[in-house]
Ligand binder design. Structure first.
Ligand SMILES: CC(C)(COP(=O)(O)OP(=O)(O)OC[C@H]1O[C@@H](n2cnc3c(N)ncnc32)[C@H](O)[C@@H]1OP(=O)(O)O)[C@@H](O)C(=O)NCCC(=O)NCCS
Length: 209
Protein backbone atom coordinates (compact mmCIF):
# COMPACT_ATOMS: atom_id res chain seq x y z
CA UNK A 1 0.00 0.00 0.00
CA UNK A 2 1.13 3.49 -0.70
CA UNK A 3 0.61 7.13 0.20
CA UNK A 4 1.74 10.39 -1.33
CA UNK A 5 3.69 13.21 0.32
CA UNK A 6 5.46 16.20 -1.14
CA UNK A 7 9.11 15.65 -2.14
CA UNK A 8 11.71 16.92 0.33
CA UNK A 9 15.40 17.69 0.01
CA UNK A 10 16.11 14.25 1.48
CA UNK A 11 14.63 12.65 -1.68
CA UNK A 12 17.05 14.35 -4.05
CA UNK A 13 19.65 11.56 -3.92
CA UNK A 14 17.20 8.78 -4.86
CA UNK A 15 15.58 10.90 -7.58
CA UNK A 16 19.08 11.47 -8.98
CA UNK A 17 19.72 7.72 -8.90
CA UNK A 18 16.53 7.05 -10.85
CA UNK A 19 17.26 9.80 -13.36
CA UNK A 20 20.61 8.14 -14.08
CA UNK A 21 18.91 4.79 -14.79
CA UNK A 22 18.84 4.45 -18.57
CA UNK A 23 16.23 1.69 -18.56
CA UNK A 24 13.81 3.71 -16.42
CA UNK A 25 14.42 6.82 -18.49
CA UNK A 26 13.72 4.93 -21.72
CA UNK A 27 9.99 5.03 -20.83
CA UNK A 28 9.91 8.79 -20.35
CA UNK A 29 9.69 11.60 -22.87
CA UNK A 30 12.60 13.33 -21.12
CA UNK A 31 15.98 12.51 -22.65
CA UNK A 32 18.65 10.65 -20.74
CA UNK A 33 21.20 13.11 -19.33
CA UNK A 34 24.08 12.86 -16.92
CA UNK A 35 22.97 14.87 -13.88
CA UNK A 36 25.24 15.40 -10.91
CA UNK A 37 23.88 15.73 -7.39
CA UNK A 38 24.55 19.49 -7.21
CA UNK A 39 22.45 20.06 -10.34
CA UNK A 40 19.73 17.83 -8.93
CA UNK A 41 19.75 19.86 -5.72
CA UNK A 42 19.36 23.07 -7.75
CA UNK A 43 16.43 21.46 -9.60
CA UNK A 44 14.76 20.80 -6.24
CA UNK A 45 15.55 24.30 -4.91
CA UNK A 46 14.05 25.73 -8.10
CA UNK A 47 10.92 23.64 -7.58
CA UNK A 48 10.46 25.18 -4.11
CA UNK A 49 10.14 28.59 -5.77
CA UNK A 50 7.45 27.29 -8.17
CA UNK A 51 5.09 25.51 -5.82
CA UNK A 52 2.13 27.69 -6.81
CA UNK A 53 2.01 25.95 -10.18
CA UNK A 54 3.71 22.64 -9.54
CA UNK A 55 3.36 19.76 -7.13
CA UNK A 56 6.00 17.06 -6.85
CA UNK A 57 5.08 14.11 -4.63
CA UNK A 58 6.93 11.05 -3.46
CA UNK A 59 5.08 7.74 -3.69
CA UNK A 60 5.85 5.94 -0.42
CA UNK A 61 5.26 2.50 1.00
CA UNK A 62 2.90 2.59 3.97
CA UNK A 63 4.79 -0.31 5.47
CA UNK A 64 8.33 1.06 5.32
CA UNK A 65 7.79 4.75 4.48
CA UNK A 66 10.40 4.22 1.77
CA UNK A 67 10.06 6.31 -1.39
CA UNK A 68 9.30 3.98 -4.32
CA UNK A 69 8.45 6.49 -7.02
CA UNK A 70 7.34 10.01 -7.79
CA UNK A 71 4.21 11.55 -9.25
CA UNK A 72 3.89 15.14 -10.36
CA UNK A 73 1.28 17.72 -11.31
CA UNK A 74 3.10 20.34 -13.33
CA UNK A 75 2.24 23.61 -15.06
CA UNK A 76 -0.94 23.99 -13.04
CA UNK A 77 -2.99 26.61 -14.85
CA UNK A 78 -5.44 28.20 -12.41
CA UNK A 79 -7.42 29.95 -15.15
CA UNK A 80 -7.98 27.03 -17.53
CA UNK A 81 -7.81 24.68 -14.53
CA UNK A 82 -5.50 22.18 -16.15
CA UNK A 83 -2.22 20.49 -15.29
CA UNK A 84 0.21 17.93 -16.65
CA UNK A 85 0.68 14.62 -14.85
CA UNK A 86 3.99 12.77 -14.77
CA UNK A 87 4.87 9.58 -12.93
CA UNK A 88 7.80 7.25 -12.40
CA UNK A 89 7.98 4.09 -10.33
CA UNK A 90 11.67 4.07 -9.46
CA UNK A 91 11.80 0.84 -7.52
CA UNK A 92 11.80 -1.55 -10.45
CA UNK A 93 10.64 -4.63 -8.54
CA UNK A 94 7.35 -2.82 -7.88
CA UNK A 95 6.54 -2.23 -11.54
CA UNK A 96 3.31 -3.83 -12.73
CA UNK A 97 2.01 -4.43 -9.21
CA UNK A 98 -0.64 -1.75 -9.04
CA UNK A 99 1.49 1.00 -7.49
CA UNK A 100 1.35 3.24 -10.56
CA UNK A 101 -2.41 2.90 -10.90
CA UNK A 102 -3.03 3.85 -7.27
CA UNK A 103 -0.49 6.68 -7.28
CA UNK A 104 -2.07 8.18 -10.41
CA UNK A 105 -5.52 7.78 -8.92
CA UNK A 106 -4.44 9.51 -5.70
CA UNK A 107 -2.95 12.40 -7.66
CA UNK A 108 -6.03 12.65 -9.90
CA UNK A 109 -8.25 12.69 -6.81
CA UNK A 110 -6.16 15.58 -5.54
CA UNK A 111 -6.23 17.37 -8.90
CA UNK A 112 -9.97 17.10 -9.42
CA UNK A 113 -11.41 16.96 -5.90
CA UNK A 114 -9.06 19.25 -3.95
CA UNK A 115 -7.61 21.62 -6.55
CA UNK A 116 -10.83 21.63 -8.61
CA UNK A 117 -8.96 21.19 -11.89
CA UNK A 118 -10.98 20.56 -15.03
CA UNK A 119 -8.42 18.74 -17.19
CA UNK A 120 -5.27 16.70 -16.61
CA UNK A 121 -3.02 15.73 -19.49
CA UNK A 122 0.11 13.72 -20.15
CA UNK A 123 2.36 13.13 -23.11
CA UNK A 124 3.32 9.47 -23.37
CA UNK A 125 5.67 7.75 -25.78
CA UNK A 126 3.63 5.66 -28.21
CA UNK A 127 5.63 2.53 -27.40
CA UNK A 128 4.95 2.93 -23.66
CA UNK A 129 1.88 0.71 -23.84
CA UNK A 130 1.73 0.02 -20.12
CA UNK A 131 1.53 3.70 -19.29
CA UNK A 132 -1.12 4.30 -21.98
CA UNK A 133 -3.13 1.37 -20.63
CA UNK A 134 -3.07 2.69 -17.03
CA UNK A 135 -4.01 6.19 -18.24
CA UNK A 136 -6.93 4.82 -20.28
CA UNK A 137 -8.13 2.81 -17.27
CA UNK A 138 -8.34 6.11 -15.37
CA UNK A 139 -10.38 7.79 -18.11
CA UNK A 140 -7.68 9.44 -20.23
CA UNK A 141 -8.35 9.71 -23.97
CA UNK A 142 -5.81 9.72 -26.78
CA UNK A 143 -5.85 13.20 -28.30
CA UNK A 144 -3.84 12.57 -31.44
CA UNK A 145 -0.29 11.66 -32.27
CA UNK A 146 2.76 13.92 -32.22
CA UNK A 147 4.72 12.22 -34.97
CA UNK A 148 8.45 11.70 -34.46
CA UNK A 149 8.47 14.41 -31.83
CA UNK A 150 10.92 12.80 -29.40
CA UNK A 151 14.48 11.77 -30.16
CA UNK A 152 15.69 8.94 -27.95
CA UNK A 153 18.26 6.20 -28.29
CA UNK A 154 19.18 7.25 -31.79
CA UNK A 155 15.64 7.33 -33.17
CA UNK A 156 12.62 9.58 -33.43
CA UNK A 157 9.49 8.38 -31.64
CA UNK A 158 5.82 9.33 -31.70
CA UNK A 159 4.18 10.77 -28.60
CA UNK A 160 0.54 10.27 -27.71
CA UNK A 161 -0.95 13.32 -26.01
CA UNK A 162 -3.60 12.09 -23.58
CA UNK A 163 -6.10 14.03 -21.51
CA UNK A 164 -8.88 13.42 -19.03
CA UNK A 165 -11.64 15.79 -17.97
CA UNK A 166 -12.96 15.73 -14.43
CA UNK A 167 -16.30 14.17 -15.38
CA UNK A 168 -14.54 11.51 -17.47
CA UNK A 169 -12.28 10.62 -14.54
CA UNK A 170 -15.22 10.35 -12.15
CA UNK A 171 -17.16 8.25 -14.66
CA UNK A 172 -14.26 5.88 -15.18
CA UNK A 173 -13.75 5.42 -11.45
CA UNK A 174 -17.46 4.89 -11.08
CA UNK A 175 -17.51 2.35 -13.90
CA UNK A 176 -14.81 0.43 -12.08
CA UNK A 177 -17.48 0.04 -9.41
CA UNK A 178 -15.53 2.23 -7.02
CA UNK A 179 -17.63 5.38 -6.70
CA UNK A 180 -17.45 5.01 -2.93
CA UNK A 181 -13.70 4.57 -3.14
CA UNK A 182 -13.27 8.20 -4.14
CA UNK A 183 -14.47 9.49 -0.80
CA UNK A 184 -12.35 6.87 0.96
CA UNK A 185 -9.35 8.07 -0.98
CA UNK A 186 -9.95 11.59 0.19
CA UNK A 187 -10.09 10.40 3.76
CA UNK A 188 -7.00 8.24 3.55
CA UNK A 189 -4.78 9.96 1.03
CA UNK A 190 -2.30 11.00 3.71
CA UNK A 191 -3.01 8.16 6.08
CA UNK A 192 0.23 6.34 6.69
CA UNK A 193 -1.16 3.46 8.72
CA UNK A 194 -0.75 0.03 7.14
CA UNK A 195 -4.45 -0.58 7.76
CA UNK A 196 -5.43 2.14 5.28
CA UNK A 197 -6.61 0.21 2.24
CA UNK A 198 -6.18 2.25 -0.93
CA UNK A 199 -9.43 1.81 -2.79
CA UNK A 200 -9.50 1.01 -6.46
CA UNK A 201 -9.73 -2.04 -8.64
CA UNK A 202 -10.41 -5.09 -6.48
CA UNK A 203 -7.71 -7.17 -8.12
CA UNK A 204 -5.15 -4.58 -7.14
CA UNK A 205 -6.30 -4.17 -3.56
CA UNK A 206 -3.44 -6.30 -2.31
CA UNK A 207 -0.67 -4.17 -3.79
CA UNK A 208 2.41 -4.88 -1.71
CA UNK A 209 5.20 -2.40 -1.14
C1 LIG B 1 3.64 3.67 -16.12
C2 LIG B 1 3.77 3.26 -14.68
C3 LIG B 1 3.64 4.48 -13.79
C4 LIG B 1 2.64 2.28 -14.35
O1 LIG B 1 2.79 1.85 -13.02
P1 LIG B 1 2.80 0.30 -12.66
O2 LIG B 1 2.75 0.22 -11.19
O3 LIG B 1 3.93 -0.37 -13.34
O4 LIG B 1 1.44 -0.17 -13.33
P2 LIG B 1 0.22 -0.97 -12.68
O5 LIG B 1 0.72 -2.22 -12.09
O6 LIG B 1 -0.53 -0.07 -11.79
O7 LIG B 1 -0.68 -1.26 -13.96
C5 LIG B 1 -0.12 -1.89 -15.07
C6 LIG B 1 -1.22 -2.19 -16.06
O8 LIG B 1 -0.66 -2.17 -17.37
C7 LIG B 1 -0.87 -3.44 -17.97
N1 LIG B 1 0.30 -3.68 -18.81
C8 LIG B 1 1.53 -4.09 -18.45
N2 LIG B 1 2.32 -4.15 -19.53
C9 LIG B 1 1.57 -3.77 -20.60
C10 LIG B 1 1.81 -3.62 -22.00
N3 LIG B 1 3.00 -3.89 -22.52
N4 LIG B 1 0.80 -3.21 -22.79
C11 LIG B 1 -0.42 -2.92 -22.27
N5 LIG B 1 -0.71 -3.05 -20.95
C12 LIG B 1 0.27 -3.46 -20.13
C13 LIG B 1 -1.01 -4.40 -16.81
O9 LIG B 1 -1.69 -5.58 -17.20
C14 LIG B 1 -1.83 -3.55 -15.86
O10 LIG B 1 -3.16 -3.43 -16.31
P3 LIG B 1 -4.40 -4.15 -15.56
O11 LIG B 1 -4.33 -3.70 -14.15
O12 LIG B 1 -5.60 -3.65 -16.31
O13 LIG B 1 -4.14 -5.61 -15.72
C15 LIG B 1 5.12 2.56 -14.39
O14 LIG B 1 5.17 1.39 -15.16
C16 LIG B 1 6.34 3.41 -14.66
O15 LIG B 1 6.77 4.16 -13.80
N6 LIG B 1 6.90 3.27 -15.87
C17 LIG B 1 8.10 4.01 -16.22
C18 LIG B 1 7.83 5.50 -16.34
C19 LIG B 1 6.61 5.84 -17.18
O16 LIG B 1 6.30 5.16 -18.14
N7 LIG B 1 5.94 6.94 -16.79
C20 LIG B 1 4.77 7.40 -17.49
C21 LIG B 1 5.10 8.50 -18.44
S1 LIG B 1 3.84 9.75 -18.35
Amino acid sequence: MIYLRELTGADVAIINEWRRDKELLSHLVAPFRYINIETEQKWFDDYLTKRDNNLRCAICSTKTNEIVGAVYLLNIDHVSRSAELGILIGKRELLNKGVGFFAMKMMLDHAFLNLNLHRVYAAILEYNERSIHVAETLGFHREGVLRESVYKDGKYHNQVPMGVLKHEYLASISSLGKAKGISQDLAHRNDETPEAEPPGKEKKAEVKT
